[in-house]
Design a protein around this ligand. Structure first.
Ligand code: 2P0
Length: 320
């Protein structure tokens, strides 16, 4: 029976936004993420008697997304000395390419399904390294709870590990889906362009200190400190995009309205923070007691907005 591998997406609280080596996907900075329960990818791999095929949510893919999957498969086949054409079937329970990091769950599940298909036994660390070769953020989706991707300097030393897979913290995430369209500028190009900002290097120099602040907040079960650091790190990333040469932004007018609403809520005593990835959607970090109030404020501010309430997800798993 064909196995189904499930990997959850993650949201970076300390962002990965720059590559030291684009072939190996070695990052310029270490990053830290929360794995999410509500967003995930299920992937199955079987043999194909003809060519490689990739199906996403039941429809056969051609073009860039299929090519990226086939290139990745060929890379892993060469690495492990295995061959054959494959049929990859993925179901994405994530709005694809809308800044909710669908590539993190996609390539983590694909790495897991590949190893399962060829009966290749790997450790979680090795699986994280394999996932990284498909998409940087996928390295963190091997683990549940909070994961840290240590940047490393080589293929062997750049991988993620779990800081804690069962966090004690009351940490909720509200994904405010302001826009479901695929983003204009893919992450790989965005993070390359960002390096032209005069603020990129100073930001990089802060990475270790910001990561430590976040680790300490998690260890101390300090939601306020986690939220402040997450929002600061996200705003730094987006300030760098705006100040690149030429500058660019993933923000839409509604993104700014959402940021302001988070600030207003906070000023009125409802503690919440936001983080934003390579897309216009805003993710609100809060605690359980405030979920209802924050949701209703967003519903009245934005017409037809979709809000998904998520919390901690688990690491990669085999469903059958
Ligand atoms: C992150 N993002 O740490 C950051 C924050 C988006 C903003 O990782 O080029 O799809 O495939 O390694 O993982 C999105 O980039 O990039 C991402 P590639 P990826 O989650």
């Amino acid at each position: 029976m064909t196995k189904t591998i499930r990997a959850h997406t993650n949201i970076a609280l300390i962002k990965y936004w720059g590559k030291a080596d684009s072939q190996l996907r070695l990052p310029l900075m270490s990053s830290l993420s929360m794995t999410l329960d509500k967003f995930y990818t299920d992937t199955q791999i079987t043999n194909s008697s003809t060519t490689n095929e990739f199906y996403l949510n039941g429809s056969k893919q051609t073009g860039n997304s299929a090519q990226r999957v086939f290139t990745y498969i060929k890379k892993l086949q060469a690495k492990f000395g295995v061959s054959g054409n494959l049929i990859v079937k993925s179901t994405n329970h994530v709005p694809t390419a809308a800044g909710l990091a669908s590539s993190s769950s996609a390539f983590a599940a694909l790495a897991g399904a590949f190893c399962e298909h060829y009966h290749i036994k790997v450790s979680q660390t090795e699986l994280s390294r394999l996932a990284r070769l498909g998409s940087g953020s996928a390295s963190r989706s091997i683990f549940g709870g909070f994961a840290i991707w240590q940047k490393g300097t080589t293929d062997e030393s750049s991988y993620a590990y779990a800081l804690t897979e069962k966090p004690k913290m009351d940490l909720q995430l509200l994904a405010i889906e302001l826009n479901q369209l695929p983003k204009d500028l893919p992450s790989t190009a965005g993070m390359q362009q960002a390096q032209t900002s005069p603020f990129f290097k100073p930001w990089l120099a802060r990475n270790e200190a910001e990561l430590n602040t976040m680790i300490n907040a998690i260890k101390a079960n300090d939601f306020s400190s986690l939220g402040q650091q997450a929002e600061l790190n996200a705003m730094e990333m987006h300030a760098i995009n705006l100040s690149a040469n030429p500058g660019f932004t993933y923000f839409e007018p509604n993104t700014l309205r959402a940021i302001k609403l988070v600030q207003q809520l906070r000023n009125s005593g409802i503690e919440c923070y936001c983080t934003i990835d390579a897309g216009p959607n805003v993710k609100v970090l809060c605690q359980l007691r405030n979920v209802k109030e924050i949701t209703s404020r967003f519903m009245s501010e934005f017409q037809n907005v979709k809000i998904i309430h998520a919390s901690f997800g688990t690491g990669i798993s085999c469903l059958n």
